[in-house]
Write a protein that binds this ligand. Sequence first.
Ligand code: ADP
Ligand code: MG
Length: 584
Amino acid sequence: MADVAKTKRAATAALLIDDYYELSHRILRLGNRGLPRGEFLREAFALLIEASGCDAVEFRLRDGDFCYYAEMTAGPAGNFRFGIIEGIAHEDGNVLPCAADDTPTERLCRDVMRGAFEAGHPYFTEKGTFWTGSAGETSVKASSANGKIPATPYPLDGDYKSLIVAPFAVGEEDVGLLLLKSRQKNYFGRTEAEFFEGVAQNAGVAIADRRTRWRLGERVKEMTCLYGIAEVASRPGISAAEVFREIVRLLPPAMQYPDITVGKIVIDGFVYTTEEGEDAPYKLSSEIVVNNENRGIVEVQYKEAKLDYEPGIFLREEQSLLDAIARQIGLILENRQAEEERARLQEQLRHADRLATIGQLAAGVAHELNEPLASVLSFAELLQDDASLSSQGAEDVEKILTASLHAREVVWKLLFFAREVPTIKKHVNLSDSVEEAISLLGSRFDKENIECVLALSPKTPEIVADPAQLHQIIVNLVVNAIQAMPDGGKLTVRTAADEESVFLTVADTGVGMSEEVKKNIFLPFFTTKEVGQGTGLGLPVVHGIVTAHGGSIAVESVPGRGSRFQVRIPLPSPTDVNESGDDG
Ligand code: ADP
Ligand code: MG
């Protein structure tokens, strides 16, 4: 075949690389190197220009709905262009890699692609390549035997006076065109047309090869990225911020041009990026959606535009990859959220469990102490009545009595906390209870320089509760609030109701609580107050009572700003009414 190619070489041909096989091999080897498209075409064009001595090489390729073209002009001033043309539709439904323009060159390309020339045409090879011949100098005619195409001249009156238009297949179905252009008239002959028709065919193979290799390379990068994300997300104990910092670093290597790529993730307003500063000009992004809620974006940015234009600057595959990454991040967030919720519930359960255990223990101790305390108290009272007691003795008995009463108070609170005290439930109005309790504490407010604001809803529906216990709740919360404002402040007590519950809110502008303190306030004997100031039983008792009434208690606090306790007690259901004794 080499001999055939050689003998076919015309004397007029300007073939500078004389071996067809050498040129073809070089192009095939280029395809094998897995270069990005732009680089591949540049090098292949340089070879073709060198081999043919022509002034420009153009290449067109159909790829799905798009057609790419690339052109390189020879010489020191030669430049390389790459872009997209909107191909025109053939009657068979396929897109032709030809522009809709009605220039002679475009018409020529179109007619070659449509197979408008008959095999016997003087400037038409058996395999379908057309070249401009000598007839009519710069114009040629296509004539169709079946009369489909009228004889049409192609007056090549532009820069180029001679052309070869060689169609080729890429892979199995893609269709491309290779054009060689010369400024000289009659530059090409049949030999050159046949030579480059073969080269074009091999270029098609090289293109298919390059694409496969390159796509494989891109797939490997994608898989590496997605695998990396899964690996990061599954690291035990890793924080969400660390996950995103790691993922953002995996983005650039997954793109076509890692060196000029900036990765960026924005989640709930937090930004993670591989490069601080202004956004780069070319961006591709995908939204991160968690439980149907848009939480942010994952984005890649190119600092400069590269040659390998797709319909945009980025590849379609890169958009799909980014979408996949966004979905994966969404899933990671969803999982983390679910996990946090689980941990919170577990902590709540543990807390309740701890309280119950302590309650049982406390109740046991309280019962044990109750008996001896009762004896101490009654004997001390007996002693008090003894007329023969010295004044020193009377003073001592007084101390015994005070101390025992205090001890009994503690025991009583413990029993309350452990819900060991029988409750007497009645229909009561929360706002009335608050007013009553506050009036008893009233004198303390002025003394402590506290402004007390009551915002009592007159419309709170009646609840079924133990009035003494309700009183306990209010007094405990208000006393805590007063104690939290040693330098004075504002106390607000509010009542409200909705269809299901009544609410009591006690807010102060006092010292507030740290997270650590807030975690422990319902534990019995937890106190931050000095001995004599607090027993650490107030809030556990409140908690016990509220729970016994089927309600709940919520706390908000900011250190240095104040605290707010809200108690919710459900309204009675119609079957709930019970005026008689009941141990809750
Ligand atoms: P005590 O008042 O006897 O310390 P409590 O159970 O009533 O016990 O309260 C437990 C702890 O919770 C207190 O020692 C205090 O640290 C904190 N606390 C309760 N209420 C408030 C409040 N309104 N502001 C700041 N801290 C509070
Ligand atoms: Mg207290």
